[in-house]
Design a protein around this ligand. Structure first.
Ligand code: DC
Length: 213
């Protein structure tokens, strides 16, 4: 079973993906980390994240970079959003994501274009979202607990800018796939959002099974 979980920054999609992974015993790939690693590698190499050729050179980052806590920072998220607009960067990361999805038994991937570009034939597609204010409040609490000292206004501004860039870019923009189920968790706890996701996956799989029978 392949589950695609897409949605904007700080929507709770990662928490849902990890919860589903535990529930169904499936491996989970946070594809945002790959773009964050490209952004961080570009910075380390002194490359321009807005230049397609220079940013593409950073896609050869060492795997060890994926374990760096700094990848989770708000600054790396912004860098990731910038490098992710480039076709060359997306193409370089495509195969790695498809291979992860194709492993025996299935997988869960979370990102922006999983259900639309990476695995368009995924068994279940979820589009997870929440209001800008709710997402910013969560991201602000998270960054404060990591020791970053950003104001809530800065986080709101950063998220709004990333939403705008992720939704309006030419390559694989953030958009809900036609066959994706929407989970708006603005007024839900993390546990309620996961419960809603499990209910959707179970219903989809029951429908698939009935069709195949
Ligand atoms: O999910 P995240 O906040 O870690 O993602 C960081 C940035 O990476 C996001 O602003 C856009 C980009 N991204 C993408 O373009 N496609 C993906 N599948 C995942 C992330």
């Amino acid at each position: 079973m392949i589950i695609a979980v897409d949605g904007p920054t700080a929507s709770g999609k990662g928490t849902i993906a990890r919860g589903l992974g535990k529930h169904y015993g499936l491996p989970v790939l946070d594809t945002g980390l790959l773009y964050r690693a490209v952004g961080l590698q570009a910075r380390k190499m002194g490359l321009d994240p807005d230049d397609p050729v220079e940013a593409a050179r950073a896609t050869g980052f060492p795997d060890a970079l994926l374990a760096e806590p700094e990848l989770r920072s708000v600054a790396c998220g912004a860098l990731a959003s910038r490098v992710s607009v480039h076709k060359r960067v997306r193409a370089a990361l495509l195969e790695r994501q498809r291979q992860f999805a194709a492993q025996p038994g299935g997988a869960i991937l979370d990102g922006r274009d999983i259900g639309t570009v990476i695995v368009p034939d995924a068994d279940v597609k979820l589009f997870v979202t929440a209001s800008l204010d709710a997402r910013a409040a969560r991201r602000h609490a998270e960054s404060t607990s990591r020791g970053e000292s950003l104001t809530l206004e800065h986080v709101i501004d950063d998220l709004a800018r990333r939403d705008e860039r992720d939704r309006n870019r030419a390559e694989a923009p953030l958009v809900q796939a036609a066959d994706a189920e929407l989970i708006d968790n603005t007024d839900m706890s993390a546990a309620q959002a996961l419960e809603a996701a499990i209910a959707i996956v179970d219903a989809r799989m029951a429908r698939h099974a009935a069709k195949g029978a």
